[in-house]
Design a protein around this ligand. Structure first.
Ligand SMILES: Cc1cc2nc3c(=O)[nH]c(=O)nc-3n(C[C@H](O)[C@H](O)[C@H](O)COP(=O)(O)O)c2cc1C
Length: 399
């Protein structure tokens, strides 16, 4: 019934779109949904690479059966055990009781733990090859990109890398499946939001995986989320190199909290100087309005950060506290930080922001500017000086 979507003569896309879930991992907003990608190799031996989130399983099975009809699947390759990919393992096994489930030594105990069986499991190791007939699958471990059992599968005759979460992005595949069938710019940003929030903490494992896969000749990157990439391969690999090393571009993310506008006024003053000084990329976000995942994504892109918060019950505004906690937890590196704050009787917000910046070894620009009550001339000038110094730093780096 379904027109098959081919990566090559015998390799098919059988993934599904999810436009209903609002929050990925019950945390990250999905303004344009998410795709759970799975791939089917219809060779002498039939192999399915990953499954989909269980709520989408009916569509998934229809797609598989429209390609293989009554034939049985021989292997289910599990690159990653997170339930958005592994969720349909039990159903696939019930449908194909003889299927061999292929994973590494860290995958198999998870299968037993989550699904309660330990038979028909095939353990593979780094570099092992599985021969399907015309196609050969090789396995490479990619621990912590994004869980410890994560691995990637390389099909060596068509040169396709089934990359699990790596190179994935939020967003459904709206008709177009391949990056060359669509305007890729939306996915460009959503790939960074996906990377920074989901995998961003694991920069060094990502580096190790990139090094290991560097020798492979790749025609297609078939990730577990988002577009199948065959046009932007070099570009997305370069981006992964850049993000995993916390390399950034010239620009400033200003994230602020403000209940009554005093802190926001300081932000506007600072932003204006940055623009006067020639900084073209300035993104201002109210932390009470914009979900932190978008702010964090831009912090992975731009070197300059300004954080601004009023003192709130002797600490940071709670939404700013949540943002800095996430950044701290992720261990985000390599930024310039300007700090602004406002208070009425005893200010502590800027001190907390300074401790935050120091904990991540970010370079703090000048002293924090903290105003009591409304913004007045002296602090106004200090905001301008801070903005100028931050712009100077960024421009100096770009020389
Ligand atoms: C719920 C609440 C708690 C506050 N807690 C403190 C505090 O602990 N210390 C202080 O100096 N000011 C405190 N303030 C005052 C604000 O920090 C001050 O009015 C600040 O200028 C507000 O900045 P904004 O206009 O950007 O919201 C509090 C204000 C509110 C509404």
């Amino acid at each position: 019934m379904y027109q098959p979507i081919k990566l090559s003569d015998e390799i098919f896309y059988v993934g599904v779109n999810d436009r209903r879930t609002n929050l990925f991992e019950n945390m990250w907003p999905l303004p344009r949904g998410v795709a759970y990608n799975s791939y089917l190799i219809n060779d002498d031996k039939i192999a399915l690479i990953d499954t989909v989130e269980i709520g989408q399983v009916e569509k998934f099975i229809k797609k598989i059966q429209s390609i293989i009809g009554d034939k049985k699947i021989d292997y289910l390759i599990i690159n990653h055990m997170e339930p958005d990919h592994a969720g349909s393992i039990s159903i696939i096994r019930n449908l194909y009781p003889e299927i061999q489930i292929v994973g590494n030594k860290k995958t198999l105990p998870m299968i037993e733990g989550f699904f309660g069986f330990n038979d028909h499991l095939l353990e593979i190791k780094e570099g092992d090859e599985l021969d399907l007939g015309n196609h050969k699958l090789q396995f490479y471990m990619a621990p912590m990109v994004h869980w410890p059992e994560t691995m990637v599968t390389y099909e060596s005759t068509q040169k396709i890398l089934f990359s699990a979460d790596a190179f994935g992005s939020f967003g459904t595949l709206d008709g177009a499946i391949f990056d060359d069938e669509m305007d890729f710019s939306y996915f460009h940003d959503e790939m960074r939001r996906y990377y920074s929030n989901i995998v961003g903490k694991y920069g060094s494992p990502v580096q190790k995986a990139l090094e290991k896969l560097g020798g492979l000749d790749i025609n297609i990157i078939a990730s577990a989320h988002g577009p199948v990439i065959r046009k932007h391969i070099e570009e997305v690999i370069d981006l992964y190199h850049q993000w995993s090393r916390f390399e950034t571009e010239e620009g400033v993310v200003i994230a602020y909290a403000s209940m009554y506008g005093n802190t926001e006024e300081m932000v506007e003053v600072t932003a204006r100087v940055l623009a006067e000084e020639g900084i073209k990329n300035i993104r201002i976000y109210d932390v009470s309005k914009t979900h932190s995942s978008f702010i964090i994504s831009d912090i992975f892109k731009f070197k300059g950060v300004v954080l601004a918060s009023p003192t709130y019950n002797n600490g940071l505004h709670p939404n700013m506290e949540a943002l800095v906690n996430k950044l701290q937890h992720m261990g985000v590196k390599n930024h310039y930080l300007g700090i602004l704050g406002s208070f009425t009787w005893a200010g502590t917000a800027t001190k907390r922001l300074q401790e935050f910046g120091e904990s991540l070894k970010w370079e703090i620009i000048d002293q924090p500017v903290e105003e009591k009550h409304a913004l007045k001339q002296t602090k106004y000038e200090e905001c301008r000086i801070l903005g100028k110094h931050l712009a100077d730093k960024l421009k100096n780096d770009s020389k």
